[in-house]
Ligand binder design. Structure first.
Ligand code: BES
Ligand code: ZN
Length: 464
């Protein structure tokens, strides 16, 4: 008997080279969503995605403009239920993003960030892992299934261009297109695996609140000899403010910051303790001389289930070669908080202002720009998508997947819960050492090829 699963797997195994080439063309488009100069590349990337989806035989392929970057939509709704009496084939909403983070610092890349290059077992380029590689993996799985028969499930695609800037237009888009996006659940491959041998499903993601804080002092830069000791140096003042944002136990001091944090149950702590992400894992992955964090919690808890505050960048005064004796007129820091259920980015903004009002000294002036946010999410682990993915990963990797809380953020997961009332299955095939958002981002190709096969199994399992 003709077996579609075997035929589809055979097809991707025969076409590895083409899969890689296709990903390379996508990766050569510098679709950096935060950078105004890359606006035309964002358009190109959206068209590229739309063209691929058309090529797969998807219907109603459409590029919807938004306030910032377009959303690409497509669908194929012709699946027939395989089993008599079943309620119909499921409809899966495939989520992805075609935007990437900036590539700087450029001088730290071994090859250009938008000149995809294979070295060893990995493909190096910005977006290779996060997440153009994941989007192409789903496309290739669907192609293989289509080439070997009919699609056993209905598919809808929602590929956005604003994920790396907090998906600011997406919630309104989803709300305006509720019917178009109606589905059983979403497949979201924007979070990866704990390790190449460790299949993983992410059931919770942190949220984000992001700010730029500027501190102003004298009207202009000053000679630090003539004026040192009579004005408050804005760089010093900013450092004092930042230093006060944590206490000696590594807790964040913004007033009320922990009020809405959902405590971890005994059961969940016991489960998280079984993950292979122990102290040694984090030391190896980070290369830091020692770990740091909130007292009373394990590294896996601190990185997934507890909120944090971090400086993402600072700028002030003289930073060139040599020395210059100056009191800068201003200082700036980019500061963001990772949030966990049930914290809300708008509350955290109020807490940030309250901290600054209470703690900033009167001899400086400060200003805050709110950059973007995202709500944390926690998923129902019993949804149909999660169950099908767990069975799929177990059959492909030969072991049960780990269930983990991810420290990164994917705002759409909470948006879909809120607006569409649907759950996501968050499972992709990136690895912790893929250097996402960093120089030399890469994709581990053997894991990627396994991921394509896993998506084939996933769709075929769902349809049978
Ligand atoms: N793919 C990541 C989310 C992620 C990060 C998953 C690390 C697993 C591990 C996503 O593209 C991302 O980077 N999101 C941003 C969202 C933010 C800008 C709202 C993030 O987490 O910084
Ligand atoms: Zn990212």
């Amino acid at each position: 008997m003709f077996d579609q699963r075997i035929a589809a797997l055979e097809y991707v195994r025969q076409n590895k080279e083409q899969s890689l080439k296709l990903l390379e063309t996508f990766l050569s488009i510098p679709s950096i969503s935060t950078e105004p100069a890359n606006q035309p590349d964002m358009q190109r990337a959206a068209y590229w995605v739309a063209a691929q989806l058309s090529g797969l035989g998807m219907q109603n392929v459409e590029i919807f403009p938004t306030a910032r970057h377009p959303v690409v939509y497509a669908e194929w709704l012709g699946a027939h239920p395989r089993t008599a009496g079943a309620g119909g084939a499921p409809t899966v909403l495939i989520y992805g993003h075609y935007d990437v983070q900036p590539a700087d610092p450029l001088d730290r890349w071994q090859t250009g960030p938008f000149e995809p290059t294979v070295r060893g077992e990995s493909l190096y380029a910005r977006g290779a892992s996060d997440m153009k590689g994941q989007v192409v993996a789903v496309m290739k799985a669907v192609e293989a299934i289509v080439k070997s028969g009919d699609l056993p499930v209905n598919l809808k695609w929602l590929i956005e261009g604003e994920e790396e800037i907090g998906s600011p237009s997406l919630e309104a888009f989803i709300a305006e297109h509720k019917n178009l996006l109606a589905c059983d659940f979403a497949l979201n491959p924007d979070a990866g695996m704990i390790g190449p041998e460790d299949p993983t499903i992410t059931y919770a993601l942190r949220g984000l609140a992001y700010f730029e804080l500027r501190v102003f002092g004298p009207a202009s830069d000053l000679h630090s000899g003539i004026y040192g000791g009579v004005v408050h140096n804005p760089a010093n003042a900013l450092a004092e403010l930042i230093a006060g944002m944590h206490d000696a136990e590594g807790r964040v001091t913004l007033p009320g910051f922990y009020d809405k944090v959902r405590p971890l149950s005994k059961e969940e702590r016991a489960e998280l303790a079984r993950l292979p992400t122990d102290e040694k894992h984090f030391l190896e992955q980070t290369g830091a001389p020692a770990l740091y964090g909130e007292a009373g919690f394990t590294p896996a808890e601190r990185a997934g289930a507890r909120p944090t505050l971090d400086v993402n960048g600072m700028l002030s005064g003289f930073t060139g070669a040599g020395s210059k004796t100056v009191i800068p007129a201003w200082a700036m820091a980019k500061i963001s908080m990772r949030l966990v259920p049930d914290q809300d980015p708008a509350d955290v903004a109020k807490q940030f202002y309250a901290y600054l009002e209470a703690r900033a000294s009167k001899d400086i002036r400060w200003e805050v720009t709110e950059m973007h946010g995202g709500t944390p999410s926690i998923s129902d682990r019993n949804n149909a998508g999660v169950r099908a993915m767990a069975a799929t990963l177990e059959s492909v990797w030969g072991k049960q997947p780990y269930f983990r809380r991810e420290g990164g953020s994917i705002p759409v997961v909470a948006q879909m819960q809120r607006v569409l009332g649907i759950e996501s299955v968050v499972a992709g095939f990136g690895l912790p050492n893929d250097n996402v958002h960093a120089p030399n981002e890469r994709l581990h190709l053997p894991t990627w090829y396994m991921g394509i096969e896993a998506f084939i199994h996933f769709f075929i399992n769902l349809g049978s």
